[in-house]
Ligand binder design. Structure first.
Ligand SMILES: NC(=O)c1ccc[n+]([C@@H]2O[C@H](COP(=O)([O-])OP(=O)(O)OC[C@H]3O[C@@H](n4cnc5c(N)ncnc54)[C@H](O)[C@@H]3O)[C@@H](O)[C@H]2O)c1
Length: 348
C-alpha cells in the first residue's frame, strides 16, 4: 500500500487540539483535528508542520511526534515535498498558501473553511489548482458526514418526492460559520448552480462603502437554483438544523447531527398532506475529517474529482458573499456568478 507524506501549515486548534474541546459531545465523531485524523488513516505519515508562532509549532510537533518543524511554510513545502498539505491557518491566508502549494508541486490540498475572504481569492485558488492538476477538498465537515449522505440518497431515490425547498436554520457569521451551512445547502441541492441570492445582514450598522468589511457579518438568505430548488438560510439560536422538503416527505438533520428525522406522506386530503414519522435510514457514524482525507487519497489514486473540490468550494463561498452584496445593493437579487468579485469580508 502506498504511503503519503503529510504536511500541515497552521498549528492551532483545527490542526491538532480541537478534539480536546468536544470530548463527550455526541454531535462530533472523533477524530476531529487534521493531525488526529491523519494518525487514524494507516497510509498517512505527518512529516512536517509550519507555524509563525514558535510555541504553537513546538507544542504541536511534540504532541504529534512531528520532527520537521518550520516557521516558514514555503520552505517546508520546498524541502519536504508533501503529497498532501493541510491548510489550517485562518481564512485570510488560505489563498496565498493554496496558490503557492499548487504552484510548487503539492498534488493534494485539504484546506480549512472558509475557502477565502473574497471571490478574487477563490478565483485564484480555482485557477491554480486546476492548472496544476491538484486535488482539493474544503473542510466543510458536513459534506463528508455519512448522515448527510443518507439525506442526499433519500433525495436521489425519490423518497421525498420532488424536492422544492431546503432550509438551513442558522447561518451565524456568513464566512466562519455560514461556510459550513451554505456548503451543505449546495450539497443537498445536488451542487446545482444558483441563479440568484437575495440577502439581508443582521445589522444595518456595517460600513461596506470601501467594498470591504473588517468583520465577518451575519445575515439571512433566499437562494434560487437553476434546477428549480429554493433554499432559505435563516438565523436562529439553533446550532445546526436543516430540513429538505419535497412533495412526498421531509428529511431533517437536528441538533448538529445528533438526531435525524424523516417524515413521509401517509394520507392526502385534496391538496393537504399528512406526513408521519418514519425511521431515518441507519448509517454508521464516522469522522468527517477522516472521510475527507480518504476522499483525497481516492482522488490521488484514481484521478476522480474530490467531493469538496475547488469549484464546489467557491460556489458555497459565493452564496455567503452574495448575501453581503445583496444587502449592499439594498436587498436586490444578486445574479450569480457575482459580478463584484473584489468584495472582501475578513474572517478569522
Ligand atoms: N472544519 C471545522 O469544523 C473547523 C473547526 C475549527 C476551525 N476551523 C477552521 O480552521 C482554520 C484555523 O482555525 P483554528 O481555530 O484552528 O485557528 P488557530 O488560531 O487555533 O490556529 C491557526 C494557526 O495558524 C498560525 N499561523 C498564522 N499565520 C501563519 C503563517 N503565515 N504561517 C503558518 N502558520 C500561521 C497561527 O499562529 C495559529 O497557530 C480556520 O480557517 C477555521 O475556520 C474549521
Amino acid at each position: 500500500m502506498k504511503s503519503y507524506r503529510v504536511a500541515i501549515v497552521g498549528c492551532g486548534r483545527m490542526a491538532g487540539s480541537i478534539d480536546d474541546e468536544v470530548v463527550g459531545y455526541p454531535a462530533i465523531t472523533l477524530p476531529y483535528s487534521h493531525a488526529a485524523s491523519y494518525a487514524n488513516v494507516p497510509q498517512m505519515e505527518t512529516v512536517a508542520c509550519a507555524d509563525i508562532n514558535p510555541q504553537a509549532l513546538e507544542r504541536f510537533g511534540r504532541r504529534w511526534g512531528v520532527d520537521g518543524r518550520y516557521t516558514d511554510y514555503r520552505e517546508m513545502i520546498r524541502v519536504e515535498k508533501p503529497d498532501i498539505l493541510s491548510v489550517t491557518t485562518g481564512a485570510p491566508l488560505h489563498a496565498e498558501i493554496v496558490t503557492f502549494a499548487a504552484e510548487n508541486g503539492v498534488p493534494a490540498i485539504y484546506c480549512e473553511k472558509p475557502m477565502a475572504c473574497s471571490l478574487v481569492e477563490c478565483d485564484a485558488m480555482v485557477e491554480a489548482v486546476e492548472r496544476h492538476g491538484v486535488h482539493f477538498n474544503l473542510g466543510t465537515s458536513r459534506r463528508y458526514d455519512p448522515g448527510c449522505d443518507q439525506i442526499r440518497r433519500l433525495i436521489e431515490e425519490g423518497v421525498l418526492g420532488q424536492v422544492q425547498t431546503i432550509v438551513a436554520y442558522r447561518t451565524g457569521n456568513l464566512l466562519h460559520t455560514g461556510s459550513h451551512f451554505f456548503d451543505l445547502l449546495l450539497f443537498f441541492a445536488g451542487d446545482a448552480e444558483a441563479e440568484f441570492v437575495q440577502g439581508s445582514l443582521d445589522s444595518d450598522r456595517c460600513d461596506l462603502s470601501a467594498n470591504r468589511s473588517e468583520v465577518d457579518l451575519a445575515g439571512t438568505a433566499y437562494i434560487r437554483f437553476w434546477n428549480g430548488m429554493r433554499a432559505y438560510a435563516l438565523q436562529s439560536p439553533l446550532t445546526a438544523d436543516f430540513e429538505v422538503i419535497g412533495d412526498a416527505g421531509t428529511a431533517r438533520l437536528m441538533n448538529n447531527g445528533i438526531h435525524w428525522g424523516l417524515r413521509v406522506t401517509k394520507e392526502q386530503y385534496g391538496k393537504n398532506r399528512i406526513l408521519l414519522p418514519e425511521p431515518f435510514p441507519e448509517f454508521e457514524r464516522k469522522s468527517p475529517t477522516v472521510r475527507c482525507i480518504e476522499d483525497l487519497v481516492h482522488a490521488l489514486e484514481t484521478g476522480d474529482r474530490t467531493r469538496g473540490n475547488a469549484r464546489v468550494a467557491r460556489a458555497g463561498t459565493e452564496l455567503a458573499l452574495a448575501v453581503v452584496e445583496s444587502h449592499r445593493q439594498g436587498g436586490a437579487r444578486v445574479p450569480l456568478p457575482m459580478a463584484n468579485r473584489a468584495l472582501y469580508m475578513k474572517s478569522k
